[in-house]
Design a protein around this ligand. Sequence first.
Ligand SMILES: *Cc1c(COP(=O)(O)O)cnc(C)c1O
Length: 425
Amino acid sequence: MNYINSSGFAHDLDLNDPLKHFREKFYFPQMQGRDVIYFTGNSLGLQPKTTQDYVLNELEDWANFGVEGHFHARKPWMPYHEQFADPLAVLVGALPEEVVVMNQLTVNLHLLMVSFYRPNAKRFKILCEARAFPSDQYALESQVKFHGFDPSEAILEVFPREGEHCLRTEDIQAAIDKNKDELALVLIGGVNYYTGQAFDMKAIAEAAHAAGSCVGFDLAHATGNIELQLHDWNVDFACWCSYKYLNSGPGSVAGVFIHTKHLGRNDIPRFAGWWGHDKASRFRMEKGFVPIPTAEAWQMSNAPVFSMAAHKAAIDIFSEAGMVNLVKKSRKLTGFLEFILDDINSKTKQGAQKLEIITPRDEQQRGCQISILAHGRGKELFDKLTEAGVISDWREPNVIRCAPVPLYNSYTDVFRFGQILAQFC
Ligand SMILES: *Cc1c(COP(=O)(O)O)cnc(C)c1O
């Protein structure tokens, strides 16, 4: 695509954008009577205008029915979570029985590791990417310790090569192969939160299995951002949150994938609760856990209906837009941002520090995020952007993350962002 850094060009792209009307479905924070340029959908997605109604319906049904709402609410609470199986299966490339919505992300990561990190004296290591999201690092460390191993021995981090910011697939594969007799689990963030790099999950899953290891992905930055085929990639398990690209509200309920090959098995340990128990006999309240033969077996508690209502509002919008269409726009929109950053760099004064893009240039290896390394003056630049009405995201020591989200950001947002940024460069 040949881009031009002009308002007319951006305007034309917006006019011809088949997804343009989706922007109207979201509330934008305001600054001086105008929509801010919201580039933090990777941190907290915007609120759909329909969310209030979805949540309000449940509050009304609770008022009207009390406990009977479990059966008589417009969307009965008892099977409330079941409505997510089909749309989420489409979103992550799974079978409906392989997905379930429950708890929150870090909690689910722990629960899945209970099942899929089963170390023994010989095989006890976990391989992950260096600089994984801190919550994941803490989860891995504490799981390792829980099993009586030393994190400094048991956790293997794969680092980028000297002078590079992203990981090479071949380096991940080589690290897996090198540790093939000791690996119990490969756990990687599907899209790295810091660099925005999307990993080749199919290749990583293959390498992990060839080494006799389980493989899981934290898809917090991947679900709703890139196309996923978890079932076909033969991933053992995955988990994600719903408040980033999935726009389901702060701390909202999270999602889980467990490959069908692990379903309906009694030899896999799990922490159980009544909501994972066979539905037909659940209310007999008898001893002896009988797991539901789907990913629901990992549920412990009954559905948190209010956060699930918000999640449903957001997922309905994804179903309407379609992930294939979103990815198509995402590539064009992110490509436009990349082009504008390059254009700004080409015009900076001689000797001035350039903005370094640390996200992969290859569109197959990224979603809609561009991370900019601002060499020494990142915080100052970030503060100026914020004052000028740009909501982006700051990460120590020097990175500004920008996520033009295809569902609600426009090409004009990207153009305006470039105009503002250029003033400070
Ligand atoms: C956002 C994010 C989290 C946050 O975890 P919560 O349990 O939802 O607070 C964890 N891991 C990754 C990779 C993330 O991007």
